[in-house]
Ligand binder design. Structure first.
Ligand code: AMP
Length: 148
């Protein structure tokens, strides 16, 4: 098994992220690796404003602030408060793969559900990252609270 020096942990905004972060914490410790946590946010939803103009319901910086707060809380819970994290806007698969390439990352950690058998073991984001990444990808099994 290769030694990993630079690890990127990709998390979504669901509560499942905490499980991925906890498992990642063990792996980072095991390899004494440099690490960064990344969440890719969706651009704001648009709606009609009072004068019929098309405006975002929330501005990007408001969304980013809230997502960063939530991510920071989860990182503290997972014992990863010392690791840098980023929330950026974009397409999840493209953004995670690009950031990994730019940062010379040698391992990307994602979550996988695994509740529907082997074919649907990975969700579409995790699957896309696995197929487009230029480095190893580790899919951490997300435990279900209700067995499906
Ligand atoms: P999915 O493929 O959507 O079931 O998500 C599986 C895993 O892909 C998640 O546990 C994360 O590791 C990663 N992922 C999904 N969406 C995002 C996102 N918006 N930003 C970063 N990683 C994500």
């Amino acid at each position: 098994m290769p030694a990993y020096n630079k690890i990127l942990i990709a998390v979504d905004s669901s509560d499942e992220a905490i499980g991925v972060l906890k498992q990642a914490a063990e792996i980072i410790e095991m390899y004494k690796a440099e690490a960064e946590v990344l969440h890719v946010a969706q651009s704001p939803t648009m709606a009609y404003g009072p004068w019929g103009e098309y405006v975002p319901l929330l501005h990007e910086d408001q969304i980013q602030e809230r997502l960063e707060e939530r991510l920071n809380e989860r990182m503290v819970d997972a014992g990863l408060a010392h690791i840098p994290s980023k929330v950026v806007f974009g397409l999840p698969v493209d953004t995670v793969v690009r950031k990994a390439n730019e940062g010379n990352v040698d391992l990307i950690i994602v979550g996988s559900h695994g509740r529907h058998g082997i074919r649907l073991l990975l969700g579409s984001t995790a699957n896309g990252i696995l197929h487009h990444a230029g480095c190893d990808v580790l899919a951490v099994r997300i435990r279900e609270t209700i067995d499906g």
